[in-house]
Design a protein around this ligand. Sequence first.
Ligand code: PEP
Ligand code: MG
Length: 957
Amino acid sequence: MLELNAAQIRMGRAAPDKLAALALLAEGLVDDGLVEPGYLTGMQAREAQGSTYLGQGIAIPHGTPETRDQVKRTGVRLIQFPDGVDWGDGQQVYLAIAVAARSDEHLHLLQLLTRALGEGDLSQALREAGEPEQLVALLQGAPRELALDSQLIGLGVAAEDFDELVWHGARLLKRAGCVASGFAGSLLQSQPLPLGEGLWWLNSEQAVEQPGLAFVTPARPLVLHGQPLTGLFCLASLGEAHRQLLERLCDLLIEGRGATFSQATCSRAVLEALGAELPEDWPSLRVTLANAHGLHARPAKALVEVAQSFDGEIRIRLAGESGRGVSAKSLSKLLALGARRGQALEFSAEPAIAADALPAIEAAVLAGLGESIEPLALPGETPPSEEPGTSTFVRPRAPAAGTRLQAVAAAPGIAIGPALVRTPLELDYPQRGQGMLVELQRLDSALAQVTADIQRLIDDSEEANVREIFITHQAMLRDPTLREDVNARLADGFSAEAAWSVETEAVAQQQEALHDALLAERAADLRDIGRRVLAHLCGVEAPREPDEPYILVMDEVAPSDVASLNRLRVAGILTARGGATAHSAIIARALGIPAIVGAGEAVLALAQGTPLLLDGDHGVLRVAPDAQTLEQARREREANRLRRERAHAERMLPAVTRDGHAVEVAANIGASGESAEAVELGAEGVGLLRTELVFMDHAQAPDRHAQEAEYRRVLDGLGGRPLVVRTLDVGGDKPLPYWPMPAEENPFLGVRGIRLSLQRPDILETQLRALLASADGRPLRIMFPMVGGVEEWRIARDLALRLREEIPVDDLQLGIMVEVPSAALLAPVLAREVDFFSIGTNDLTQYALAIDRGHPTLSAQADGLHPAVLRLIGMTVEAAHAEGKWVGVCGELAGDMLAVPLLVGLGVDELSVSARSIALVKARVRELDLAHSRALAQRALALESAGAVRDLVGETH
Ligand code: PEP
Ligand code: MG
């Protein structure tokens, strides 16, 4: 664990800027043998992701996960900068604490420092300190008094032996915030001292954050080294805080009053004898928590807010637990309680505020703490707390054999195969275990099994990044801190399941509460792996993959789920929720896996192995179809295959209608390596390079050179064909891990796309520079996302034009994406200034129809063939053509075979689609007749709904 001491501090240094300060710090770490020189790159990269400024003149620079291998030994080195160093945004750092850590040890340090930083402003004192000891004292806060109160007394605990009793004592100290992980282990290593009369003494200085004394007695007498063991004092020792108490204890023992402790039946007697403060007699109340996922981050935050509105102390503990509980004003303490639905919470408040505070808290908890809650079971019914993991949700019946279900077409193709339904596992387990040893063994065996399962996945996986994920999972299973906390719960008598699930969830919630995107991802991983272990403990098996290619049925698939699918094993994807423009659907299309989404909850009730027929072109699912339907589908699949083959063979031919009208067909890509492949699949250019996806491929924001290399690669792959690049479109449904953004009530209507870029012009400028530099005489078109008004466009354009003076580009066009209705409505004005428009129908549909494109149940209705959306497209094209400018469509609609005749009929000049759809779109254009398409488009504009438009085009198809 990271400790601070005077020897680690260098006083009175100066650095002209942050980079120089980092170099000095890294030098210190290298000189002291803590890191390799390469660690400096990691420290710089970490600062580029986000400043490590902590507040009050302190920064804690450290490396990134990528540079952990540069750490030789965990440790810290501190440098005082009395003149200050600008750490960005005008924040002055007087003390920099460089951390060399292989894992998350710095979080503990952070905890320590945030406590010291809690009150007042230290910055002045830090810059003025003349001795390193002064700095250490400042960082550790005021000398601590020995903690000793009723929460540190455990009488009559169930312990089979000395070790278990020690675990209890350590656990009490940990809960009281006196010690960190690692203390229990060190206590067990230390030499027990007999005090006589069955009393023993143990102490350790390791991992102590505040001095404290715990006293525990076993439920039945134990023996240690042949002597009776009736009571154990466990001291978390720090400085001299315990001296007075120890003297008093010795006096009592000399007076022969040891039985006061060994035979104590209430903590008050123990505290009184030791001269400690007696427990307050505060008013209290119990209230049962009904939130489905327990006291997780959101409701806990709401509870903290209520508690903080009262000027006085309010404490909370789980009913039935001993001790004073923890402050209801501390988010981390609340999360660490791990309170679940159905558990009673006991609140106590100091008398001055109790009459107001307790009813207010009770009302807030009963109202759900900001969440909607289902009432708890009535008396007589099994309380939910006894059955964690079971759901009260009543699932609709599975669709019967022969059912035809209309859902949303998300990725084309026909898939036939047995269902593999993946729903969250329902886990049922007791809270109390069968004794620590039994539970320890059960946990060890579950962990060993899951580790071996993961090893098989690692061995079988061909993808390096997938292997990496699994290797991280294995490391999580070995995490010593987690294990220690789980063991402590086992020592408290919990079952392995309860101990494991409470502790993994508590860690996951703590990671989420730190608002760090990478840690939040880790939290998801931890929950995933946590549930696997739990499933093993509960003897519940995940469904076995069928031998033949199957249709994966899930509630919703995350993009990362789709990306990690084995294309050879998964014939099709069927989800209960989601829409066609969700990014997971876009990835399924890119992978060529037929998919339909938004089919409704009932599909989750399908029996494993149910034969399914999935038509990804029309969004139709057939459950256990009869032989004739299957035969017809096979024929259709065959016809489609032939069609595809033909289209593929002609993919290099231009897309010209029968009456000679040419439409350009380009590719949407998200990685620089995809352009050559797209050309090979018939692309006449790239119509949309989603640069945020290129950014996501990097562990940290790529600098100008890295970006330039990426863009060059795209242009190289295009061999002189045009490239339309969209500048970074971050926000809304496209978070960037290393660009943390404050939470917004309505992110889709918030700071995203160009709005965000204009708030960080430095990032936009770097990107534009990289783009212009990469062109090298090749045709480059740059467009800005989410432009809603003329002003935004002008600022972005002016920046690009200014840079172009520095970095000349011969063939450059500047345009905007039309994806906000205001841009379509203002198209006549914008068309005078832009070189081109590219219509993003995914967002345009979302905003025009006011349906979140990722909405679990509504997004299926967000159909770009809605006449309202078609009208906006028509207006945009008309306005552009009046000014002699061209228009593309790069939303998913461009690849929808039913939409192609309408878009051509509305005059769209370019269709940009996923590379796999290019040949088919070209083939479809070649079947059309422009005059007929125009007439069809006019008829569609006059219709009333997307369904009516689809029927119209379907009939004429
Ligand atoms: C769109 O909105 O249609 C679009 C092409 O952009 P994205 O899907 O990346 O938001
Ligand atoms: Mg968009």
